[in-house]
Design a protein around this ligand. Structure first.
Ligand SMILES: C[S@@+](CC[C@H](N)C(=O)[O-])C[C@H]1O[C@@H](n2cnc3c(N)ncnc32)[C@H](O)[C@@H]1O
Length: 380
């Protein structure tokens, strides 16, 4: 296996023991995304096509640059020490002042950090989310996307295009999950990234679905348990079971204690391909099925079905991507799944319905939000 520079640990995060803020109205989110996409298209229409394509082709520079800025916590430095030149930052952090100035200048010219005419850099609206301790986990996302293992997988996209097979497996000789088992630094950063994504989606999921009708909910592959803790906080009678790999659950306990729900959520370390806890009236999987090919999804759902009684609910939280979707969030995530997971993909409602039916569930209904959807099945 190739070796890469170890990733720094996730930054400390204080989670509230109260429910997260309500999501903006779906129509407002839809409108914001539509206006944003239209403005990006307009900018591109106003420039020569070659310039736009050249900008896209150099995307790897942005990924690497932002990853390095996150690794050295430059936004934290500027937040605590105030505006500074690259020489001052480099002296304190042990970096090369000349290259740091050139890196920060490039970012400032693209709107991330501000640069004064004397070469002093300061945080601005776009650099502030790069600081440690943000619930969005943007710092951790930059570390993950720029990590050696992820970038090396993307460099073999042509292989995925040719064969349909995971580039990650070709480059690293292992599934991304086995890779994380062998690389706890990357696993910790990835678990934090998912937590950031889930922090954005959890309030919408909580509002979309009637969790008040559920008594005991198992989150299958629930990561650190942020979603489950949010649902339990909002529904005082709800109890939870959190299933994920033992390495991920080690850090779940602290999160559940911070949120004051550790006594209402049982940890169930293990593989969801081996067994799923029985005795729950609902099972939830958020962003799990998109990691796997159809046959593996059916095997996983059948495993849940074996644990569930007739009438139990299967609640899937996923992006929805019809064949010709224009949803940019879904299409980008879909490609990440193709490159990194074994035939992972985003699906449409008909595909989820088919998977549910093959595994012994009846499809019941779908609840939609611009960034996440809830698809409900019932064990028959
Ligand atoms: C894309 S993440 C989703 C995490 C969480 N549901 C969320 O949305 O924040 C996939 C999760 O599946 C877990 N996972 C992968 N393979 C697993 C297995 N065989 N058994 C249990 N969990 C597994 C990973 O550890 C990871 O937490």
């Amino acid at each position: 296996m190739p070796t890469y520079l170890p990733l720094p640990p996730p930054s400390r995060l204080e989670l509230p023991a109260t429910a997260l803020p309500a999501p903006p109205p779906a129509a407002a989110v839809r409108c914001m995304l539509a206006v944003r996409n239209a403005l990006v298209r307009l900018t591109e229409l106003l420039s020569p096509a070659e310039l736009t394509l050249f900008e896209h082709a150099t995307g790897v520079c942005k990924t690497a640059l932002l990853g390095a800025i996150a690794r050295f916590d430059i936004a934290d430095f500027l937040a605590t020490r105030g505006p500074a030149t690259a020489e001052v930052i480099a002296r304190e952090l042990g970096l090369n002042a000349g290259v740091l100035h050139r890196a920060l200048r490039e970012l400032a010219n693209r709107g991330i950090f501000s640069m004064s005419s004397d070469g002093t850099f300061a945080n601005n609206r776009l650099s502030l989310p790069l600081r440690s301790g943000q619930l969005s986990r943007v710092r951790e996302w930059l570390l993950y996307f720029s990590s050696g293992s992820n970038v090396a997988a993307w460099s073999e996209l042509s292989e995925t295009l040719r064969t349909g097979q995971s580039a990650f497996r070709k480059v690293h000789g292992a599934s991304v999950w086995d890779w994380f088992e062998a690389h706890p630094d990357e696993r910790a950063i990835f678990a934090d990234c998912m937590m950031g994504l889930t922090a954005a989606d959890a309030p919408a999921i909580a509002q979309l679905y009637p969790f008040g009708e559920v008594q005991r909910l198992c989150d299958v592959g629930g990561g650190r348990g942020l979603l489950l803790s949010e649902l339990v906080l909002r529904h005082p009678r709800l109890r939870g079971v959190l299933l994920d790999s033992p390495g991920v659950l080690v850090s779940a306990q602290k999160l559940l204690e911070q949120r004051g729900v550790a006594d209402r959520i049982e940890l169930s370390p293990g593989s969801f391909f081996e067994s799923v806890p029985s005795g729950c009236d609902a099972y939830l999987m958020k962003n799990i099925l998109h990691d796997w090919d159809d046959a593996t999804c059916v095997r996983l759902l059948q495993n849940v079905r074996r644990a569930a009684s007739v009438g139990a609910r299967m609640i899937l939280c996923e992006a929805l991507a019809e064949r010709c979707t224009r949803d940019l969030l879904a299409t980008r995530a879909d490609l990440q799944m193709a490159v990194v997971c074994d035939d992972g993909r985003e699906r449409d409602v008909a595909e989820f319905k088919g998977l549910l039916e093959q595994a012994g569930f009846r499809y019941r209904r779908v609840f939609r939000f611009p960034t996440i959807n809830v698809i409900e099945g019932e064990a028959i």
